[in-house]
Design a protein around this ligand. Structure first.
Ligand code: GLN
Length: 194
């Protein structure tokens, strides 16, 4: 199995390091040809307006939208989640529209630009996951096919799944906890049911 990691901007190196720790082959995705033959794709955190601009510049927008919409297991973290959304409450950037979620960027305001929280994810086992939020997006609305995997104490969903697509508002790649990456690999495994 080879996991492509979009490497035009953002914290792709941390995702790659995590996947390598798990013994998974990775490919840095900068151009459409890098998407050939990958079994899953990660869009990392960074800055979504920049990501969108670079996707357009390198010709990635169309191919990634098509692949993610037609079943390539795809995971967006933070800015990556913004990219996967169907709609944003902001006017920029234009998201790819591959998950049925509406997202608000920088949802936690200036005072709490960044924060950390221990979040329960039943799928990951009993221990809560230490989630790091950096200028994080929030989910304003979601469609009926979207499953919430975990929420903050105030009820705000922070990890969502729709079939083999996964979105997290936080950054598992910035921790030592490999459980979210392992969860995505299970989701991406073709022998498991979506
Ligand atoms: N605030 C960023 C954006 O709007 C996302 C931040 C992140 O990925 N850590 O794109």
């Amino acid at each position: 199995m080879t996991v492509g990691v979009v490497a035009v901007q953002g914290d792709f190196a941390e995702h790659i390091a995590m996947l390598n720790r798990l013994g998974v082959a990775t490919r840095e995705v900068r151009l459409p040809k890098d998407l050939e033959g990958i079994d899953a794709l990660i869009i990392p955190g960074g800055e979504s307006t920049t990501l969108r601009r670079l996707f357009d510049l390198y010709g990635l927008t169309g191919p990634i939208t098509t692949l993610a919409s037609s079943g390539l297991p795809t995971w967006g973290t933070c800015a990556g989640m913004i990219m996967l959304a169907a709609k944003l409450t902001d006017s920029r950037p234009e998201p790819l529209g591959v998950m049925d979620i509406t997202v608000t960027r920088n949802a936690y305001g200036r005072q709490v630009d960044s924060f950390e929280a221990d979040v329960e994810f039943p799928q990951l086992g009993e221990d809560p996951f230490h989630a790091i939020f950096i200028r994080a997006p929030a989910v304003a609305a979601m469609g009926p096919d979207v499953e919430v995997l975990g929420s903050l104490e105030d009820g705000a969903p922070v990890a969502l799944r729709q079939g083999r697509r996964l979105a997290t508002a936080f950054h598992p790649e910035l921790t030592e906890d490999t459980r979210f990456h392992r969860y995505f690999l299970e989701l991406a495994n073709p022998s498991n049911e979506a």
